[in-house]
Design a protein around this ligand. Structure first.
Ligand code: F6R
Length: 250
């Protein structure tokens, strides 16, 4: 694992965007795995800037997102489809028919999950690069702490800490407005990615970053499995990356 620890959120965002941009420059039909949440917003802003400056062409890029709230359709302002459209897809020249997000409107969880796994196998196979954030409980995608590493897309009931984090950041603090379930890509597909960038910014991620990357590999800290992937870059700011992590991976 490589660690890129920048001083500020903006610098970390620019560093993550550089890595994604490099993947697109090296392979114009790159397949990208994308995340939502507060952390990657700055990274997407930087990618849009690079597109506007003429440096990046998204016309042949394919993307698939990690997760979507069960019950929300893409026109709902808090849906992850809406997030991706408004932070990236509507602002660059990507062909939206090649941008995939789990379908939150499918009521039957088994169907929603098997449909997404089928789509990932058919349209992606394996990402060239996967962007991740990390939950304060160590989740990646919405794969919450559990007794085993969940390999396939699943319907997950969100931990109360995740519901609170998401309410604070996105639902105007209204806990009741946060859906309690989400469809999430499994850890198996995330680990299949050729390269993984995990972003962590802000003081609230510091403890979990240390647990995930200096502690044991355990499904109780889902992000810890990334220690077993051959090509992971942790990109963060000084507030989120403890010295112990920098030391271990230097
Ligand atoms: C979002 C996702 C989640 C977030 C995590 C951190 O698609 O998969 O794992 O990356 O919840 O969220 P933020 O960035 O809001 O702290």
């Amino acid at each position: 694992m490589q660690v890129i620890a920048k001083k500020t959120y903006d610098e970390a965002s620019a560093a993550a965007a550089d890595l994604l941009a490099a993947a697109i420059l090296m392979k114009r039909d790159a397949k990208l795995g994308l995340a939502t949440g507060a952390t990657p917003v700055g990274c997407y802003k930087e990618l849009v800037k690079k597109y506007e400056s003429g440096m990046l062409d998204f016309s042949r890029v394919t993307t698939a997102n990690l997760d979507e709230y069960r019950g929300l359709d893409g026109s709902h302002e808090q849906s992850y489809r809406y997030f991706m459209d408004s932070h990236l897809f509507n602002l660059v020249n990507i062909d939206k028919s090649r941008t995939y997000v789990p379908d939150g409107t499918i009521e039957d969880p088994d169907k929603a999950c098997s449909d997404y796994d089928k789509l990932l196998d058919e349209k992606i196979g394996a990402f060239d690069i996967q962007l991740l954030g990390i939950g304060s409980d160590g989740h990646i995608g919405f794969n919450e702490p559990c007794d085993y590493f969940n390999l396939k897309t699943q319907c997950i009931t969100l931990e109360e800490s995740t519901v609170k984090d998401n309410a604070r950041l996105f639902f105007g603090g209204d806990l009741d407005a946060v859906p309690r379930q989400a469809y999430t890509m499994g850890i198996g597909f995330i680990m299949r990615s050729k390269k993984i960038i995990i972003m962590a910014t802000g003081e609230s991620k510091r403890d979990i970053v240390e647990k995930a990357f200096c502690g044991p590999v355990t499904p109780q800290v889902p992000a810890s499995i990334l220690q077993l992937h051959p090509d992971v870059v942790l990109v963060g700011d000084a507030a989120a990356i403890p010295d112990a992590v920098v030391e271990k991976y230097k």
